[in-house]
Design a protein. Structure first.
Length: 274
């Protein structure tokens, strides 16, 4: 009974995190990792998990949750015509490759500078989207030449290293490529799946020989956290999609700009609080 009472706050926190992450996943085309990672890292610390591996466990478990959440979100967007299949077919292989390399890179490099760079980029993009919604674009359509392949590769690499779905990068980039915001959100949700599958495989392999992992872990992926977060995020994702398709392009783009601003501030805090 004592064990159940000690575990109950963790279970409730993970369930609430899953609901919030799912709504954001559907609304903004993200995987929910931007919410899951900091909450799970905090919870693992509260229960005494080694500080040297907490972030890896939080990132890997977040990506495992994103597998199901992103599929639920993408399916709901597709039902409302919110996917550009041509972009998905061209970008997916490069995002997949970038995500696999990103998981490997993140296990061997201090993430401090990566967090700082991400925070600066997110801050600049948030200002562009919030104050200059659709007035300027980089090109008339998404390029499909070999010269453009570093873009999806970088999205996969950075998202995998940070434990987030592709929406944080995909949405502003595709918007600047003259893509409608609602289709951009659907594509970003699908790319969350493309990112999370190879990344989770990488984190499982890299953490397989770790001896100080929390109970219920396979590599760096904690199955207990996954089991508590995923069902609620999957259930909540369609609610976020319905809300997204009720908002105008202008409102939705500005909302995403505001969200990116919050992400940037959180990243700065995470970097300098270490």
């Amino acid at each position: 009974m004592q064990l159940v009472l000690e575990f109950l706050p963790f279970a409730i926190l993970m369930a609430v995190t899953g609901l919030f992450a799912g709504i954001l996943a559907g609304l903004l085309g993200i995987g929910g990792g931007i919410v899951i990672v900091p909450v799970l890292e905090f919870a693992l610390g509260f229960y005494g998990v080694d500080a040297n591996i907490r972030m890896q466990v939080a990132v890997a478990t977040s990506l495992a949750c994103i597998i199901l959440t992103s599929l639920s979100s993408a399916k709901s967007h597709h039902a409302q015509g919110g996917l550009n299949l041509d972009v998905i077919r061209f970008w997916s292989p490069f995002i997949f490759a970038g995500a696999l390399l990103g998981a490997t890179f993140a296990s061997n490099v201090d993430g401090l500078w990566l967090r700082i760079i991400f925070a600066i980029v997110a801050l600049l993009v948030s200002f562009k989207m919030f104050f200059n919604v659709r007035e300027k674009v980089l090109c008339d359509d998404v390029p499909t030449t070999k010269l453009s392949t570093p873009v999806p590769f970088s999205i996969g690499f950075l998202s995998s290293a940070m434990g987030i779905g592709g929406g944080t990068f995909c949405v502003p980039i595709l918007t600047m490529m003259n893509q409608p915001i609602h289709k951009t959100l659907g594509n970003a949700a699908f790319f969350g799946f493309v990112i999370s599958v190879p990344a989770v495989i990488g984190y499982i392999l890299m953490g397989y020989e770790q001896t100080n992992l929390p109970i219920g872990s396979v590599g760096f992926v904690n199955l207990l956290g996954f089991a508590l977060i995923s069902p609620f995020s999957v259930l909540a994702a369609p609610l976020g999609v319905k809300l997204a398709h009720k908002l105008s392009d202008k409102s939705l783009t500005r909302f995403f700009g505001g969200f990116l601003f919050v992400v940037a501030i959180r990243m700065f805090y995470a970097a300098f609080a270490q």
